[in-house]
Design a binder for this molecule. Structure first.
Ligand code: 5RP
Length: 266
């Protein structure tokens, strides 16, 4: 267990940059993730771990790559249905071990129709995974009607930790320090819908400043026109204590160099 967690939090600062590319499990070919291999490959050198399903892992990530795998093991829904909380466990523990997962990820839907099932699924998954020393990351998924405020997110994160999650993924919100303070395990934040790069960097900075252990970020990295520059800028905040302004400057420098290289190679 400690070795697996150390692979995810591997920089000695107890922080991590997790690259989330699991969106297809209910969204299908999401914009800029239509061809996962093409999106993922250039970003891998800058991610501490990658969160994805077994299908994308098998087909789109070279097995020789040593990146720690955070395997999404819940699903069974699509964006075409209203009841997104109707998830179950979709991958067995044996399969996860065979795929050499460093952690397993499952969504819980607190306050949603299928709250009970997703919470019991989390507890069952924790029981199975702990037997083999595999940490479980709980994703506090937020339904369409739920507010993303500190009161609600603190409730969802605390329940996830109480049921045995070793890492909790949530959203940044005002008074985020309250969410961190009441959750006894590390919190990583999702980026959410794509926003302008500077805003996403500010969100990352505020989350880290208020106690997040890192990010599990997807769209705000790979939906950027400069995804490598973006993940490197996010990384500078998480691991090098860069401010949002430092990271923005880095993003712009890397973007300019990238554009120059494209011109030279034309
Ligand atoms: C979906 C997920 C995603 O991985 C999560 O939302 C992170 O990605 P993004 O930064 O794009 O929000 O868990 O349930």
């Amino acid at each position: 267990m400690r070795n697996r967690l150390a692979r995810i939090f591997k920089h000695g600062d107890n922080r991590t940059v997790m690259l989330a590319v699991d969106h297809g499990y209910f969204q299908g070919p999401t914009t800029k993730l239509e061809n996962p291999k093409r999106t993922i490959e250039p970003l891998l050198p800058y991610a501490d771990s990658i969160m994805l399903t077994r299908g994308v892992l098998r087909n789109c990530v070279d097995a020789s790559n040593d990146i720690p795998i955070v395997l999404r093991v819940s699903g069974g829904v699509s964006i075409l249905k209203q009841d997104l909380s109707n998830e179950d466990i979709t991958t067995s523990i044996e399969e996860a071990l065979r795929l050499n997962a460093s952690a397993l990820a499952l969504s819980i839907f607190v306050g949603e129709e299928h709250e009970h099932r997703t919470l019991v699924n989390l507890a069952r998954l924790v029981d199975e995974a702990e037997r083999y020393g595999v940490p479980v990351l709980a994703v506090t998924a937020v339904g369409r009607e739920m507010a993303r405020d500190a009161r609600y997110l603190a409730l969802a994160c605390r329940i996830a930790a109480e049921l045995g999650a070793r890492i909790v993924k949530t959203y940044y919100c005002e008074n985020f320090d309250r969410v961190v303070d009441s959750c006894p395990v590390p919190l990583v934040i999702a980026g959410g819908k794509k926003v302008p790069e500077y805003e996403a960097l500010k969100l990352t900075y505020n989350a880290i400043k208020n106690g997040a252990a890192g990010v599990d970020m997807g769209r705000n990295i790979w939906q950027s026109d400069h995804p490598v520059a973006m993940i490197r800028a996010v990384r500078a905040i998480v691991h090098d204590n860069a401010t949002a302004d430092d990271a923005w400057q880095l993003f712009n420098e890397l973007k300019t160099n990238e554009n120059r290289e494209v011109l030279i190679n034309q």
